[in-house]
Design a protein around this ligand. Structure first.
Ligand SMILES: Nc1nc2c(ncn2[C@@H]2O[C@H](COP(=O)(O)OP(=O)(O)OP(=O)(O)O)[C@@H](O)[C@H]2O)c(=O)[nH]1
Ligand SMILES: [Mg+2]
Length: 464
């Protein structure tokens, strides 16, 4: 691992969100953290020897005066039993911007350097307390918006992915040892490799688990980014009413005039713990004017990116060629057919609607009155999520960076297997196994570059 971080300096930052609140925390980490904390804090009561992992009450004063900056509680923690594995001091003060700023300034004046975003977590990684997948999980954890994405992040933080990768690596290391033995004893190399049935073992112990992990990438992507759900249909069928009902707010304009929505309206929503990006679109038909035409172009673009389409029909009026045209457009997408306005008398066209859409999940609702909304949520959940996310088991899911490393590793494993099966030279096999190992190592951060670390940690907020 390349370590060229200046770990010898002491860093500090405000660790809580900026704004008025109950308490604010300033975190200091590094060799001078205790000395700085001790210097700033005027302890209440008779000063005694500071003990690690204890909380002390006191005041911080303007230097050289008896003017109080704030009354504080300060925790002193000796490394390595800390977040960064370094000595850490946390100053709990009142959470006013001016107070936090002033205390941070005093800390900086006493010799600390302002921490970069994510630098505390970066130190935890560089000091070996967590691996790279856990560092990324910290980021996911603080940005989790739903119960499930939180669950995924905390599983990774516990080291779920790291454990799997470490196990895969140990199988590959065993394989490498055998291949190298074959190199050392060239006369018996083929025997060594075939006797141990190496190729079957690599398939079972390495190839299959990597493939399974990659299968879970999509689940992870949905949990992290949310699923894009587009409400589509011809004008006036009740798309915006449906959006408003799902959001429980009057987010989109609703009028009896066809062509009310012209822009794309996007809102986040948590459905049974799954984050959704819900998108209301302009109704699709022959456009009346340029604005409507542009709106429909947006709609088509968003439809092409959708993970799921809610295709809305107005059950109280005739089924038209416009409806059927949109249905053709979403042919390749997972979808739910929503029959809206069931509070009104059904139009005869909908008499045998099930026969017309035999393959589809049909849900009847009244977006205006809220009937059928629970059934609709069930249908959304099952149409795509139920099938893809087997709720509790797939909690270890790679992110995009992991996926790229895993794919490279799998390619090398496949090449190694081909060479093994065709009884090629052990040297060539060893090279491929090493390549597979290196790529797995990259997932957990055994091999990293400064650029990669910068890219990961720059996404963190200050003070994390
Ligand atoms: N009776 C009844 N009326 C509804 C229902 N849902 C929507 N409407 C009415 O249908 C009209 C159109 O609703 P919108 O939600 O604006 O329809 P839209 O599909 O977004 O229309 P555009 O934005 O023009 O494409 C409004 O007058 C709504 O009040 C329903 O379930 N029952
Ligand atoms: Mg609308």
């Amino acid at each position: 691992m390349k370590v060229c971080e200046p770990l010898e300096d002491t860093i500090a930052a405000i660790a809580t969100p900026i704004g008025t609140g109950g308490i604010g925390v300033i975190k200091i980490s590094g060799p001078e953290a205790w000395a700085m904390g001790r210097h700033l804090l005027h302890l209440s009561g008779s000063p005694e020897a500071i003990q690690s992992h204890h909380l002390y009450h006191g005041h911080i004063f303007e230097p050289g005066t008896d003017k109080t900056v704030d009354e504080v509680l300060v925790s002193f923690m000796r490394g390595p039993a800390t977040y960064t594995r370094e000595d850490v001091v946390e100053i709990n003060c009142h959470s006013g911007l001016a107070v936090l700023d002033r205390i941070l300034e005093l800390v900086i004046r006493s010799g600390a350097r302002l921490a970069e975003p994510g630098e505390f977590t970066r130190r935890a990684f560089l000091n070996g307390r967590i691996d790279l997948t856990q560092a990324e999980a910290v980021l996911d954890l603080v940005s989790s918006k739903t119960r499930r994405s939180l669950h995924l992040a905390s599983e990774h933080l516990k080291g779920g992915l790291q454990t799997i990768i470490t196990e895969l690596r140990s199988h590959l290391l065993e394989t490498l040892a055998m291949v190298e033995a074959a190199i050392d004893f060239p006369d018996e190399d083929l025997e060594i490799l075939s006797e141990t049935d190496l190729s079957t073992r690599v398939r079972q112990q390495v190839k299959e688990p990597i493939t399974r992990l990659l299968d879970h990438y999509e689940d992870g992507r949905i949990l992290r980014e949310g699923l894009s759900v587009i409400i589509a249909g011809k004008p006036n069928v009740g798309k915006s009413s449906l959006l408003n009902n799902l959001l429980r707010s009057n987010r989109a304009l609703v009028t009896p005039v066809p062509g009310t929505t012209r822009d794309v309206i996007e809102e986040s929503l948590s459905l049974r713990g799954i984050p959704l990006r819900l998108v209301d679109t302009a109704g699709l038909r022959q456009p009346d004017d340029l604005v409507e035409k542009l709106g429909m172009e947006f709609t088509r673009e968003r439809l092409s990116q959708a993970d799921l389409v809610l295709f809305v029909l107005d059950r109280s009026s005739s089924l038209t060629s416009e409806d059927l045209k949109i249905y053709e457009d979403i042919d390749s997408k997972p979808r739910v057919v929503v029959l809206n306005k069931i509070d009104l008398d059904p139009h005869p066209d909908f008499g045998a609607i099930g026969d017309r859409f035999p393959e589809e999940t049909l849900v009847e609702i009244s977006a205006l009155h809220g009937d059928g909304m629970e059934q609709l949520k069930d249908a959304v959940f099952h149409t795509i999520l139920g099938r893809r996310l087997d709720t509790e088991t797939s909690v270890v899911a790679p992110n995009l960076r992991h996926k790229i490393c895993l794919e490279r590793s799998l390619e090398a494993v496949n090449r190694a297997l081909q060479l093994l099966d065709s009884q090629s030279s052990a040297e060539l096999i060893a090279l491929e196994v090493q390549e597979a190992l290196a790529n797995l190592g990259e997932v957990i951060g055994l091999t990293t570059t400064e650029d990669l670390l910068d890219q990961i940690f720059s996404q963190f907020c200050l003070g994390k």
